[in-house]
Design a protein around this ligand. Structure first.
Ligand SMILES: CCCCC/C=C/CC(=O)SCCNC(=O)CCNC(=O)[C@H](O)C(C)(C)COP(=O)(O)OP(=O)(O)OC[C@H]1O[C@@H](n2cnc3c(N)ncnc32)[C@H](O)[C@@H]1OP(=O)(O)O
Length: 391
């Protein structure tokens, strides 16, 4: 109980207190050059409030730990419980500083703040709110040209991992694409990855508790997947590189999947203490047979593009060197086909499955809601966040 009631000190701007809203970044603590005064320390605290860009969780954890060490001394509060992810990570960061003297912590805090890139400093007259909104929507880029609406995972620094905001942006993008002038809609990714799946830090910031976050996550996931089930036009994935998690399972709801030979397909749900989603518990056994689906969904076997093609998940594989050119030339030609015919044909294929898909989606979301609260899942996510594990 003591652990749950422990409150960290007030510091920085409120948004930075949600330390896990963004994934971990590398910390670089500058070498102390001289002793920081109390005034330097206070100036640094004010500077943190003006940071325009999120410096990443690891930096925020480090800042938090140094602040606590500089003001309260060595960690002297009980370790928060296993489900109190954010406070537990803060406690661990503070505790890791051991008996570092207050003055050194103060100096390190000042050095760390001054090492943060000048480009991330806000001008005090900046239009902060508007910028943030633009920033969020840039992670999903939607363009329409040559009869094709293109929806791009555009967060290459994080391997295009999908944040809660991106799920919402995709729902809106699909809604808009379903009635725009384009004939087909295409998903692809920026950078070397197609998409690394759900952003594993989505559930580590839970201001109203994990149960509430899991409940909201399940509602969002259900709506997100339903928007793929319902999408009326041909939906094509141009898989430009590795695909992980939900970006793979969703492919069972696409009408065609073109892959570069650098692409891989990986659904490490058991490793993450989670279960399948996006109707893959139904579509994958149907597409590739139960034995192959088991290898992917239960055992997390990663497939190469050619293996995924052999199992029917991918329509065609292209050499990386010609992938973009060949695929887009072909898609532009397809986009000239009569759109109503394509839509009606898709409807004929999909309509007998729709009720089943809605039901499977609902059940998968209910099961996942519980799994996200399980110790297996919490531990797997914490291991990733603290960099003990990677796929
Ligand atoms: C509404 C809610 C719905 C929820 C639906 C549930 C879906 C389930 C899934 O999708 S499960 C799949 C989840 N994804 C993963 O487990 C992938 C985790 N990532 C990795 O294992 C690796 O990052 C990698 C193999 C994808 C790439 O490794 P590599 O060494 O090449 O690169 P880095 O690890 O250095 O990655 C670069 C930065 O990107 C961050 N990142 C990558 N993937 C994710 C992710 N899924 N979530 C959060 N962050 C991710 C990574 O942390 C690095 O960030 P940094 O530079 O700040 O350290």
């Amino acid at each position: 109980m003591t652990a749950l009631t422990w409150r960290p000190a007030r510091c920085w701007c409120p948004s930075l207190l949600q330390i896990f809203r963004f994934p971990v970044a590398q910390v670089h603590v500058g070498r102390p050059t001289m002793r920081a005064s109390q005034q330097d320390f206070e100036n640094a605290m004010n500077q943190v409030k003006l940071l325009k860009e999120d410096p990443g969780n690891q930096v925020k954890l480090k800042l938090y730990a140094l602040y606590k060490q500089a003001t309260d001394g060595p960690c002297n509060v009980p370790k928060p419980g296993v489900f109190d992810l954010v406070n537990k990570a803060k406690w661990e960061a503070w505790n890791a500083l051991g008996s570092l003297p207050k003055e050194t912590a103060r100096q390190n805090y000042v050095d760390l703040v001054s090492s943060l890139s000048p480009s991330s400093q806000a001008s005090s007259q900046g239009k902060h709110g508007a910028d943030e909104k633009t920033q969020e929507s840039k992670n999903i880029v939607v363009t329409s040209e040559d009869g094709i609406t293109k929806i791009v995972f555009n967060r290459p620094a994080k391997k295009n991992a999908i944040t809660f905001q991106m799920y919402q942006d995709i729902i809106l993008a699909l809604k808009s694409a379903s009635t725009d002038n384009s004939a087909i809609t295409v998903f692809t990714g920026t950078g070397d990855y197609y998409c690394s799946g759900n952003d594993l830090t989505n559930f580590t910031s839970a201001p109203n508790g994990m149960e509430e976050a899991a409940r909201k996550g399940a509602v969002l996931l259900r709506e997100f997947v339903n928007s793929f089930i319902d999408f009326p036009k041909p939906l094509v994935a141009v898989v430009n590189g590795p695909a992980v998690g939900i970006s793979v399972t969703l492919l069972g709801l696409f009408d065609a999947v073109y892959a570069s030979d650098t692409a891989t397909f990986h659904t490490p749900f058991s490793q993450l203490g989670q279960t399948s989603e996006a109707c893959s518990s139904y579509t994958f056994p149907k597409i590739m047979g139960p034995a192959k689906a088991t290898e992917m969904l239960l055992f997390g076997k990663k497939l190469t593009a050619r293996e995924a093609w052999a199992q029917g998940l991918v329509s065609e594989v292209f050499p990386e060197s010609t992938f973009e050119k060949e695929v887009w030339t072909r898609l532009k030609a397809y986009a000239k086909l009569p759109p109503n015919s394509m839509r009606i044909s898709k409807e004929l294929i999909r309509k007998n499955e729709k009720e089943k898909l809605y039901a499977v989606n609902a059940e998968e979301c209910t099961i996942l809601q519980a799994k996200w609260l399980s110790e297996e899942c919490v531990n797997a996510i914490m291991n990733f966040v603290s960099r003990k594990s990677k796929l």
